[in-house]
Design a protein around this ligand. Structure first.
Ligand code: NI
Ligand code: MN
Length: 223
């Protein structure tokens, strides 16, 4: 059984067979967080870019737990200098770990670190394929990602202003040919307030793709 747990904003945790992986652990200062960084136990941290609401508590959790940080080379260097175990990758690269593989995808967004790139992740986790888009605008090559990978769940930002908004995220879901969508990166602050129910209705009506709204602190089982 694979569990996807939402810790608020863009912080998700995948759990299966005592292996756990956390995306973008922004908990300290996250008004929607329902867990503290000290309560996180995981084997891997996947950090999409250097902005505070994504790099977040990566270093603290990695140092305390010994979890390996999987990220782009520039952020890996930064984490490594702070005493974290890291696995540096870059856009287009794929690597196999004990849980499955990770492919680093482009994300059209600032890197938050000198000379770096923002990224997304396609993670094959015990046979399920999860696309964590990170912070990004929509891009046409999402259809290429959908051709290269059989995406079971796409975790897509819908907050607008800094990333895709709901209508672009709906189109992204269609480009990706994903089987399911989970919205993220909304309602953390007033500037990214959105109605996930309206997004769900739109995607399900227009594209027949199920949308799972997961509130902070909640989890779903991936089918
Ligand atoms: Ni960002
Ligand atoms: Mn962000």
């Amino acid at each position: 059984m694979i569990t996807l747990k939402f810790h608020g904003h863009a912080c998700f945790q995948l759990i299966c067979n005592h292996v756990s992986l956390v995306f973008d652990p922004f908990l300290t200062g996250n008004p929607k967080a329902t867990i503290t960084p000290d309560e996180i136990s995981c084997n891997y941290l996947l950090t999409s870019h250097g902005h505070d609401d994504h790099l977040g508590d990566t270093i603290g959790i990695a140092v305390r737990t010994g979890a390996t940080v999987i990220t782009t080379a520039e952020i890996a260097k930064l984490c490594n200098e702070q005493g974290c175990a890291t696995h540096a990758m870059h856009i287009g690269g794929k690597h196999t770990f004990d849980f499955g593989y990770v492919r680093i995808t482009p994300a059209f967004h600032g890197s938050g670190v000198l000379g770096g790139h923002a990224c997304g992740f396609i993670v094959n986790f015990f046979g399920k394929t999860i696309y964590f888009a990170g912070d990004t605008g929509i891009f046409g090559d999402m259809s290429l990602l959908g051709r290269l990978e059989n995406i079971d769940y796409a975790l897509l930002p819908i907050g607008d202003n800094y990333t895709m908004g709901p209508s672009d995220a709906a189109e992204a879901a269609n480009l990706l040919r994903t089987a399911n969508v989970v919205p993220m990166h909304y309602d953390t602050w007033p500037i990214i307030a959105q109605d996930p129910t309206a997004f769900k209705k739109d995607v399900e009506e227009r594209f027949k793709i199920p949308v799972h709204i997961v509130n902070p602190g909640e989890e779903i089982t991936l089918h």
